[in-house]
Design a protein around this ligand. Structure first.
Ligand code: PMP
Length: 426
């Protein structure tokens, strides 16, 4: 064994289950050795062999301004020099809350946490506490972090591993979770008709990114808004992935619909652990110390993480940021689609803002079932052909991809040139 990635992977597996700290990193789905990353800059990262890759996962979403952006790095350095964590409030947290409330109109008050999992778990508890109801609705293929009651038919890593539900979740915990079909309005109507008064909340990824990329239809979003309002249920948009990815004001601005609670993460930490949940002040007033719903965190609102997040939020508000990001992502998916067509490969692609989906299928899937019918083996071969040429795509057919503001025309052209070769060999 001479490849440094192989050596590190063998070493990692001795002390870390599967050699990784988050399952999809292990390349189980696509096969082969995960690349161990040593450094990153702009649209690139480098592995242990010092091989350079164009990065299309961007830390699974956060790296929207590109890796190691000088302004973000210096904000982090300055904050770190003032102390790493105090366990007492700071002005930076107020600024961050004000910024989030300004950018997402449905959020009047927000609580900062350290991961998307904490954000969704806490939003769920709040919805249950506020409505005094237990049942929740989620949709098959949507991932909302790994809290027990949300880990049911939950997409991405779980799809990759073929576990519809995790072991270790007592049935008593998940029995209140109803799993319905994404984009199926009739089914949602029927469930609300029969047990609407028992539903605490509906939680949804309004642009789903954990069963590859699947857009909700406008009708689906309108239906859930209407039903939640009519039955006094809380509508939770899990925008941990799509918030600040699909546009500056999140998916709710794209659909013109306001959620009761919104979960954010990834981009708002700029690569450090910040996530959040927020909504109407009246609902958020149920949170401790004001109300009876408990939630807390030693490192919540951490000053270094908040400095990275705030700087990132400032950069994404610069004129033309989302126009550029959207245009580059569109160029990428159009270029890949054309390259596949030229090579006679059944393939299509979609993009919303800086998120994209690649599908080895005849048409863009609109449901979990359609996504599952795509050609996973072909994706896996494509993934490795691209990786060999220095293009790092998400290592699973069921994950979305991410473009950063540093993916310029030359980077997109290099990617498409690599794809032309890959499609020709499939
Ligand atoms: N919700 C969504 C929509 C996500 O995509 C993710 C992470 N991929 C989470 C929640 C969980 O976030 P974290 O990994 O930070 O716990």
């Amino acid at each position: 064994m001479t490849d440094k990635n192989d050596i590190l992977f063998a070493r990692a597996q001795k002390t870390t289950p599967g050699g990784v700290n988050s399952p999809v990193r292990a390349f189980r789905s696509v096969g082969g050795t995960p690349r161990f990353i040593t450094r990153a800059a702009g649209p690139y990262f480098w592995d242990a062999e010092d091989k350079r890759y164009i990065d299309y996962i961007g830390s699974w979403g956060p790296a929207i301004v590109g890796h190691a952006h000088p302004e973000v790095i210096s904000a982090v350095q300055e904050a770190a020099a003032r102390g790493l964590s105090f366990g007492a409030p700071t002005e930076g947290e107020i600024e961050m809350a004000e910024e989030i409330c300004k950018l997402v109109p449905s959020i009047e008050q927000v609580r900062l946490v350290s991961s998307g999992t904490e954000a969704t778990m806490s939003a769920l508890r709040l919805a249950r506490g506020a409505t005094k109801r237990d049942k929740i609705i989620k949709f098959e293929g949507c991932y909302h972090g790994h809290a027990d009651s949300l880990l049911v038919k939950a997409g991405s890593g779980l799809l990759t591993f073929g576990n519809p539900t995790s072991a270790g979740v007592p049935e008593d915990f998940s029995k209140h979770t109803l799993v319905l079909d994404y984009n199926n309005c009739e089914q949602l109507e029927e469930v609300f008709k029969s047990i609407g008064d028992q539903i605490a909340c509906v939680i949804v990824e309004p642009v789903a990114g954990n069963m590859n990329l699947i857009r909700a239809t406008q009708e689906f979003i309108n239906t859930m808004r209407k039903l939640c309002t009519a039955h006094g249920s809380v509508l939770i948009f899990d925008e941990v992935m799509c918030g600040f990815r699909v546009g500056l004001h999140g998916a709710q601005a794209l659909y013109g619909v306001q959620a009761d609670l919104t979960c954010l993460g990834k981009v708002i930490g700029g690569g450090l652990p910040v996530a959040a949940f927020g909504g109407r002040a009246e609902l958020m007033g149920h949170m401790a110390p004001l109300g009876g719903v408990y939630q807390a965190g030693t490192l919540s609102g951490n000053p270094v993480a908040v400095a990275a997040g705030m700087t990132t939020l400032k950069i994404i508000q610069q004129a033309g940021f989302y126009e550029n990001l959207t245009a580059q992502t569109r160029k990428l998916v159009d270029g890949l689609t054309a390259a596949a067509k030229a090579a006679n490969v059944s393939f299509c692609a979609d993009a919303v803002g800086g998120m994209f989906g690649l599908y080895f299928a005849n048409e863009i899937p609109g449901s979990y079932a359609a996504m599952m019918a795509s050609d996973k083996e072909r994706f896996n071969r494509f993934f490795h052909l691209m990786l060999d040429q220095g293009v790092y795509l998400a290592p699973s057919a069921f994950e979305a991809g991410f473009v950063s503001a540093q993916h310029d025309d030359a980077i997109i052209a290099d990617t498409i040139a690599a794809a032309e070769k890959a499609f020709a060999q499939l």
